[in-house]
Ligand binder design. Structure first.
Ligand SMILES: Cc1ncc(C[n+]2csc(CCOP(=O)(O)OP(=O)(O)O)c2C)c(N)n1
Ligand SMILES: [Mg+2]
Length: 529
C-alpha cells in the first residue's frame, strides 16, 4: 500500500464516493494526488489544456449523472479551468475541482514561489459555489465529503478544494467518510394542494421544463399526460420529454410563437428553470398564473414572479402533485384536443426555427440519421448549435444533447464529447460545431486519439465567426476581427493521428458519421459552408 498522506485523504475519499475517472493534467505540485490514483482504481484522463479537462468533466457529468472531477496543478493550471468552472456555475452542473496551493502559513505570500498565486481559493470562491483552502489532511478528506453532500442536497454547482502543498504531504491515518443521502426536500402540503388545484382547474396548462427537471422524466411525462399539457423545454432541459411525444414542443422556449402561446395559456408550471434571458432571448413568460417548482429557493421568483411556489426536489414534488391530481374520466376528445394544440404549436415552432436556422437543418438531419437511438450530440457556441441542433436534433432523454446556453463558452464541444463518451463507452457520441468553436479546443483531438474514441467531429467551416459578423452587420459595423484563417482541418486532424475527411454536401455527412462511429479513432468531418 502506498504512503498515506493528504493526497491519499483526497483520492481515497473520491474513490469512496464512486469516482472512477478524473480529468486533468499532472504537474510538479499535484503529484501527491496523482501518486494515489492508480491504487484507488481511478483512471486519469489527461487533456491537453485544463479548460478541456473542465469541459470533459461536464460532459461526463451530463451523461453519467455523477459529478465531474478535475485535478489541476496550482496557479496557471487552476486558472485555465476557470471558464469551465464558470460554465458549471451558469448551467447548474456538479463539478469538483481539486488543486494544490501554497503551503499553509504562506497564504497571500509574495515570495517568488513556483506557480505563486495571490489567493487561489479567494479567486475561485467568486466563481463557484464554494471554495475551501483546507488546513489538514483530515480537513481535506472532510472537504471531499462536504462536496458530495452538497451535490446530493440541492441545485448542483461547482466547488473547488485547495490543498496546500504541506497538507498534501502530511501523514494521514483517517478513513473516508460518505455522508448519508438526505431525503429529497419537498414543499408543505398547502403549497402542493394549491398548485394541484390550479393545474386541475386550468383550461390551457403548459409545463416548462428546465435543467432541474432532468431527473424527473417519468413524473413530467405522467403529469403532462394527465393534464393534457404541452411540454416546452429550455436547451438545458432538452429531452426531458421525448421530443417525438405528442405533447412535446421541444427546446423552444426562446421562440416567439411559444412565448405567445404561454401568454395565451392560463397556468404554466415551470420546473427547474431560472427562465434566464440566455434561454428566453429577450422574451418573457406572460402567463397569468405561473407556478414555480425549484430545489433552490432563490429561483422561485427569478426573472418572473411566481403566483405559487413549490420549493423542493422536482421528482419528489411532482410525484406529490400527481397524487392530488385525479386522472380525468376517460375522454378521448380531451386527449385529442391536447395533442392537437401541441401539434399546432409544434408546427409554428418548426416554421420559426426554419426562418432563422433552416440552413443548418440538412447537416443536423444528416447527423441525426447516422446516430442510433440513445446517442449524444454535443454542440458549442456556434450557429449550427443554437439555430440548428437545439431545434432539429430530436432527443429522447436528457444527456442526448449537450450544450451550455447560459455561459455560452466556445471550446466546449470537443472536450465535453470526450467526457460523454468516457462516461458511457457503448453510447454513440458525436460533435457538431463551427470552425471557431473547434479552434478553441482543437488540441483535444489528440486526447480523443489517445483514448481511442470513435468520435465523429463534424465541423461546419465558414472561416470565422459568422454569428459575430452578423451581429456587426445588424449594428452597421463593417466586419472586423471575424473573417479568419482556418487551417486545413482534415489535414490537421490527420496530423494529430485522427482521420480527417471532407464532406461535399450536407447529405454526405450521414455516411461519414456512420463510418466514423465504427472507426478505431476520432474522425474530423469538414463541411464548407
Ligand atoms: C470563450 C468565448 N469567446 C468568445 C465568444 C463570443 N462568440 C460567440 S459566437 C462566436 C463565433 C463562433 O464561431 P463558430 O464556432 O465558427 O460559429 P459561427 O458563428 O461561425 O457559426 C464568438 C466569437 C464566446 N461565446 N465564447
Ligand atoms: Mg464559423
Amino acid at each position: 500500500m502506498s504512503y498515506r498522506n493528504g493526497g491519499a485523504a483526497i483520492v481515497e475519499s473520491l474513490a469512496a464516493h464512486g469516482v472512477d475517472v478524473i480529468f486533468g493534467i499532472p504537474g510538479t505540485h499535484n503529484l501527491e494526488l496523482y501518486r494515489h490514483l492508480r491504487s484507488a482504481g481511478i483512471r486519469a484522463v489527461t487533456t491537453r489544456h485544463e479548460q478541456g479537462a473542465g469541459y470533459a468533466a461536464d460532459g461526463y457529468h451530463q451523461v453519467s449523472g455523477k459529478p465531474g472531477v478535475v485535478i489541476t496543478t496550482s496557479g496557471p493550471a487552476l486558472f485555465n479551468v476557470a471558464a469551465a468552472a464558470g460554465t458549471a456555475w451558469a448551467e447548474s452542473r456538479a463539478m469538483l475541482i481539486i488543486a494544490p496551493g501554497l503551503p499553509t502559513g504562506t497564504d497571500g505570500g509574495d515570495a517568488g514561489q513556483l506557480h505563486e498565486t495571490k489567493d487561489s481559493s479567494g479567486a475561485f470562491d467568486r466563481i463557484v459555489a464554494w471554495s475551501r483552502r483546507v488546513r489538514t489532511a483530515d480537513d481535506a478528506a472532510a472537504a471531499v465529503t462536504d462536496a458530495f453532500a452538497f451535490f446530493a442536497a440541492g441545485r448542483p454547482r461547482p466547488v473547488h478544494i485547495e490543498v496546500p502543498l504541506d497538507v498534501l504531504e502530511q501523514p494521514w491515518t483517517g478513513t473516508p467518510f460518505v455522508a448519508a443521502r438526505p431525503a429529497p426536500a419537498t414543499p408543505d402540503d398547502d403549497g402542493v394542494r394549491d398548485a394541484a388545484t390550479a393545474l386541475s382547474d386550468a383550461d390551457r396548462p403548459v409545463i416548462v421544463a428546465g435543467g432541474g427537471a432532468r431527473r424527473a422524466i417519468g413524473e413530467i411525462r405522467r403529469l403532462a399526460e394527465r393534464l393534457g399539457a404541452p411540454v416546452v423545454t429550455t436547451t438545458n432541459g432538452k429531452g426531458v420529454l421525448p421530443e417525438d411525444h405528442p405533447l412535446a414542443i421541444g427546446a423552444a422556449i426562446r421562440l416567439r410563437c411559444v412565448q405567445k402561446h404561454l401568454a395565451a395559456s392560463d397556468v404554466v408550471l415551470v420546473v427547474g428553470s431560472e427562465l434566464g434571458d440566455s434561454e428566453l432571448w429577450g422574451g418573457s413568460v406572460d402567463t397569468p398564473t405561473v407556478i414555480r417548482l425549484d430545489i433552490d429557493p432563490g429561483q422561485l421568483d427569478k426573472n418572473r414572479v411566481g403566483q405559487l411556489h413549490l420549493c423542493g426536489d422536482a421528482a419528489a414534488t411532482l410525484a406529490r402533485l400527481l397524487d392530488r391530481i385525479a386522472a380525468p374520466a376517460p375522454d378521448p376528445g380531451a386527449v385529442r384536443g391536447a395533442a392537437e394544440r401541441a401539434a399546432g404549436l409544434r408546427e409554428l415552432c418548426h416554421a420559426e426555427a426554419v426562418a432563422d436556422g433552416g440552413r443548418w437543418q440538412p447537416v443536423v438531419d444528416a447527423v441525426r440519421r447516422a446516430l442510433p437511438a440513445g446517442s449524444s450530440l454535443v454542440g458549442d457556441s456556434s450557429q449550427v448549435t443554437y439555430f440548428g441542433s437545439a431545434h432539429f436534433f430530436g432527443a429522447d432523454k436528457p444527456g442526448e444533447f449537450l450544450y451550455m446556453a447560459g455561459f455560452a463558452t466556445l471550446g466546449y464541444g470537443l472536450p465535453a464529447a470526450i467526457g460523454a463518451k468516457l462516461a458511457d463507452p457503448d453510447r454513440a457520441v458525436a460533435v457538431l460545431l463551427g470552425d471557431g468553436a473547434l479552434m478553441f479546443s482543437v488540441q483535444e483531438i489528440v486526447t480523443a486519439v489517445e483514448q481511442r474514441l470513435p468520435l465523429p467531429i463534424v465541423v461546419v467551416d465558414n472561416s470565422g465567426y459568422a454569428e459575430i459578423k452578423d451581429q456587426q452587420a445588424r449594428r452597421g459595423i463593417a466586419p472586423i476581427g471575424v473573417d479568419l484563417v482556418t487551417p486545413d482541418l482534415p489535414a490537421l486532424a490527420r496530423a494529430c493521428g485522427a482521420y480527417g475527411v471532407q464532406a461535399a454536401q450536407a447529405a454526405d455527412v450521414a455516411e461519414l458519421v456512420r463510418d466514423a462511429l465504427s472507426a478505431d479513432r476520432p474522425t474530423l468531418i469538414r463541411l464548407a459552408c
